[in-house]
Structures are given as C-alpha cells and as structure tokens.
Design a protein around this ligand. Structure first.
Ligand SMILES: NC(=O)c1ccc[n+]([C@@H]2O[C@H](COP(=O)([O-])OP(=O)(O)OC[C@H]3O[C@@H](n4cnc5c(N)ncnc54)[C@H](OP(=O)(O)O)[C@@H]3O)[C@@H](O)[C@H]2O)c1
Length: 230
C-alpha cells in the first residue's frame, strides 16, 4: 500500500450487441461475444491495478478477476501485482458473500458501500472482504472511491467493467478517461435488457463527448477505442 493521491487513469471496457445490449434476455452477460473479445478483455486487464464492478455484475456474472498464464506474466512484466485488486460497489451491501471475488487469490477484495447497509450485512461482508469502506449516506461517492483506491491502495490504472448503473455514475462524475467497446454482430433486443450506460441518462447539454482513437475488425466483430473529451 502507498500514499499516492493523484487521480488514477480510468478506463472502461464493455461488450455490446449491434442493438446496444450488454446481456441477453436470460441474463448470460457478455458471453455473446467471440473469442477475440475474450482475448482483448484479458489484455486490457493486464494494464489494471484494480478492476471495479457493481453488485449487479457480481450477481449476473460472478467474475473471479483471477489472471493466469501469459496474462499474469504480462502484468508482472509491466510491474503490476500478479492479480488485480477486486472492487465491488454495493450501496445496500446486497453483494453475496459467496461471490467468487471473495475467494482468496493473493489480491485484496474491497467493498464500497453506504450507511444504508444493514448491520448484519456489514458484519458478513467484513468477514469475507479485505476491507469494507463506507463512502456515502444514500449513494456511494464515486470520486471518493477513486481517491481511496489511489491513496490507500496505490491504484494508478483503474479498469471499470460495468454494469450500466456503475458506468453511468462514473460518467456523471467525469471520472472516465478512455473507453474500449466491442461491437458484437448479434441482435439481442428486449426493452429491459441492460445497455452499457444505464442510470437516469443525460440531458442534451450534458452529453459525454468521445474521440475515436483506434478501431479494428476481427471477422464481423468491431473493436473500438475512444478517449473521453472533457
Ligand atoms: N457486456 C458487458 O461487457 C458487461 C459487463 C459487465 C456487466 N454486464 C451486465 O450488466 C448487467 C449488470 O448491470 P446493472 O446496471 O444491472 O448493475 P451494476 O452496475 O453492475 O450494479 C448495480 C449495483 O451496484 C450498486 N451501485 C451502483 N451505483 C451505485 C451508487 N451510486 N450508490 C450505491 N450503490 C450503487 C448497487 O448495489 P446494491 O444493490 O447492493 O446497493 C446497484 O444495485 C448484468 O446483466 C451483467 O451481465 C455486461
């Protein structure tokens, strides 16, 4: 742990169907993408000191965040820890204690929650997480999360992996610097199937502007990389 407090570089990675969905009707998450996307996800993770998701993503996808093989080696070559710090945002503490992210893998598992968390949930999550931080009354304070990750855990590169609610909150606070988006040649449909950015949405005057930095195509899948213009 270190005492750095400058804002980390924050990058977001998501995969989306051609009609703008990030999961399927039956809740299978980003499984709809091809093998090149799975490789790109692992490569992007090799640059992250920490990976942050919302409780909804833990419920839906239950990621381990554990890297192995060439991806673990690449992290070490870059001077990062072998495994990224695992971070979940859960305002009510609903994130299940059985989640794979809480299984020890050498990296800390952190929970950011609010004063709304019931005492019993706080106690349970305290027993499975390395640290539980209360950062807000009703909603979590995302700038404070980023600040704590930098100051207390030395995070310089923070990867956001959804879901839509967390992504919206991060954009609203202007905390995201870069976006990696995979456009998958699939139609999923469904009014209630989540999209990359949920929440309340932005008014015209507040739209987030992006600049395309790079793109490439593998088969019918398109890989996009944007910078967020401030
Ligand atoms: N295609 C992809 O690349 C991809 C990637 C990731 C996820 N996904 C999909 O995205 C879906 C999940 O997205 P989602 O939007 O439903 O959930 P989410 O953003 O992952 O998590 C939402 C939860 O996070 C907590 N949270 C978020 N913002 C908060 C705030 N401001 N204050 C306090 N707590 C806050 C709350 O937890 P509590 O309820 O505990 O308070 C909330 O219920 C799943 O279907 C998943 O498969 C797709």
């Amino acid at each position: 742990m270190s005492n750095q407090s400058h804002k980390p570089h924050v990058f977001l990675n998501m995969a989306m169907s051609l009609d703008g969905k990030i999961s399927t009707r039956d809740g299978t998450g980003p499984r709809f993408t091809g093998s090149a996307d799975k490789v790109r996800l692992r490569e992007i993770r090799t640059r992250a000191d920490a990976i942050l998701v919302g409780a909804g993503t833990i419920f839906a996808d239950d990621p381990t965040f554990t890297e192995d093989g060439i991806y673990k080696d690449e992290r070490v070559k870059r001077g990062l820890s072998p495994q990224p710090i695992k971070v979940v945002v859960s305002g009510t503490g609903s994130v299940p204690e059985s989640a794979l992210m809480f299984q020890p893998n050498g990296a800390p598992a952190l929970v950011f929650t609010t004063k709304r968390i019931p005492a019993n949930r706080l106690k349970i999550l305290d027993s499975v997480a390395d640290d539980v931080h209360i950062v807000g009354d009703e909603a979590v304070d995302f700038p404070q999360i980023v600040e704590i990750l930098a100051r207390t855990y030395g995070v310089k590169n923070l990867l956001i992996e959804g879901g839509g609610q967390v992504n919206f909150a991060m954009f609203r606070e202007h905390l995201i610097d870069e976006i990696y988006l995979t456009l998958s040649p699939r139609i999923i449909g469904g009014r209630d199937v989540p999209t990359p950015v949920g929440g309340a949405g932005f008014n015209f005057i507040d739209l987030i502007e992006l600049e395309l930095l790079d793109h490439h195509v593998v088969g019918s899948e398109i890989f996009l990389h944007y910078r967020v213009c401030s």
